[in-house]
Design a binder for this molecule. Structure first.
Ligand code: PLP
Length: 230
């Protein structure tokens, strides 16, 4: 596998170019290194490369890496989270990117010791295989979250359809950005909603052009060791 430092240099250049294209500051874009398909050693290499944000999508992977790396990283849980697994991870993470239903919110309220920074996941393209709320139902869901003391809605998250059609990807990201602005304009105390989590290895440049503040990059940054994926 390529050294992370070389991958990062290339990705950062691409982010700089994409940001510049639309008059954004590239400092406004944070990279989350998605380490779900690599070893603890590879995740430690990411930290040694000055990456700070690490993303995992399974409780086992998160806990294993958090034990080895701890406070040297900011921990992002980016996968769909089963209600019964909330207690395993909720106090070990800094951000949850997959808040998508009321019973998950209720379980977080019950198990979290401190306020949890959450992204509400939106299934913009309404794909059947994907988690997340529809665009139309997101605002009401966020209003409902006001009842919880442990939930702070810091932003919205989406995954673009897996397609080579850049126009479809772009319109997905545009919709999420528009929705984020609509939520933030409501000035909800529990939902400042200033962040936009979108963009992965194949589409992060489009995401940056469309307003991402967090991109979640696995394969192109830390690689994919395959055998440790499952
Ligand atoms: C795996 C994953 C990523 C990273 O995907 P790559 O294509 O490897 O960059 C980003 N976001 C989520 C939610 C993921 O599950």
């Amino acid at each position: 596998m390529t050294a992370i430092v070389n991958n990062l240099k290339k990705i950062q250049q691409n982010i700089d170019i994409a940001a510049q294209k639309v008059g954004r500051q590239s400092e406004a874009v944070q990279i989350i290194a998605v380490t779900k398909q690599v070893s603890v050693t590879r995740a430690q290499e990411a930290i040694a490369t000055n990456l700070v944000n690490l993303g995992e999508n399974r409780p086992e992977g998160l806990l294993e890496k958090a034990e080895a790396i701890g406070n040297d990283a900011v921990w992002h849980y980016i996968g769909s989270l089963q209600t019964r697994k909330v207690k395993q991870v909720i106090n070990a993470i800094d951000y949850l990117h997959s808040l998508d239903r009321m019973n998950l919110a209720q379980e977080i309220e019950k198990r979290a010791i401190a306020k949890v920074k959450c992204f509400v996941q939106v299934n913009v393209a309404e794909e059947e295989a994907k988690h997340g709320l529809t665009v139309a139902s997101t605002m009401a869901f966020i209003e409902d979250l006001a009842q919880f003391e442990k939930i702070e809605v810091v932003g919205l998250m989406t995954m673009a359809p897996n397609t080579a059609d850049a126009a479809i990807i772009r319109s997905t990201f545009k919709s999420l950005k528009k929705l984020q602005q609509e939520v933030s304009e409501r000035n909800f105390k529990h939902a400042p909603c200033m962040e936009v989590s979108m963009g992965m290895s194949n589409d992060y440049e489009i995401a940056v052009e469309e307003g991402a503040t967090f991109v979640r990059i696995g394969t192109a940054l830390v690689g994919n060791e395959g055998s440790v994926a499952k």
